[in-house]
Ligand binder design. Structure first.
Ligand code: ZN
Length: 206
């Protein structure tokens, strides 16, 4: 509550509840969903919980309508992304954790710009995400990426990493690196064997 007041610019005049409530209602109309102690049992009176992020109107986003993506666009997006979650790289039916093989990834459509109207969005604005990466808490970073900011980071990459990035872009998803593949095998070793591998690495593999 205190953070909300500061954000709204009301810090220091805590009794102007009408203004605060008006702002909260406006956010709700834009798809931002909070729950207060009134809707959740046991919640602190001063706490609001963010249930869903809405349109970031300060970035010019339009208020989202709950429209579904057409089956055709869905197929196109899945195919373009190689039928893999672009965030974690898992394909449909692949487990998140070897120890829980029954918990598997289900592919869904996410959008690059949160709050963009899904049905209107071009395939360029949509991407394949697994249901877990698509959860609201794992939402996209606060603001959409810009070409300049990304390129500044790309320029800092060592050349081997640049080549790998190019491979991922060409493939359309994050290809497992040789190290990823070996890690997957190392994980299957016995604890004592894993320790031996770690020791060998520490000693520079003499
Ligand atoms: Zn994922």
């Amino acid at each position: 509550m205190r953070e909300l007041r500061v954000a709204i610019g009301e810090d220091g005049k805590p009794n102007d509840d009408e203004h605060l409530n008006r702002r909260l209602r406006a956010l709700k109309d834009q798809g931002w969903l909070f729950s207060s102690y009134k809707s959740r049992e046991g919640q602190n009176v001063e706490d609001y919980i963010l249930d869903a992020k809405g349109a970031r109107t300060w970035l010019g986003e339009k208020v989202a309508k709950r429209d579904a993506v057409s089956a055709k666009t869905r197929r196109e997006v899945f195919e373009r992304d190689g039928n893999r979650c672009v965030i974690c790289g898992r394909g449909a039916g692949e487990p998140y954790d070897e120890d829980q093989p029954e918990v598997t990834a289900r592919l869904t459509i996410g959008h690059r710009v949160a709050g963009a109207r899904l049905a209107d969005a071009s395939a360029d604005n949509l991407r394949t995400e697994c249901a877990r990466c698509n959860e609201p808490v794992n939402d996209s970073p606060p603001d959409p990426e810009t070409y300049r900011a990304v390129m500044a980071e790309v320029r800092r990459l060592p050349s081997a990493e640049r080549r790998r990035l190019l491979e991922w872009i060409d493939a359309g998803w994050r290809l497992p690196t040789k190290t990823d593949q070996i890690w997957d095998r190392v994980r299957r070793l016995a604890v004592s064997e894993k320790k031996h591998v770690a020791e060998e690495l520490r000693n520079g593999l003499t």
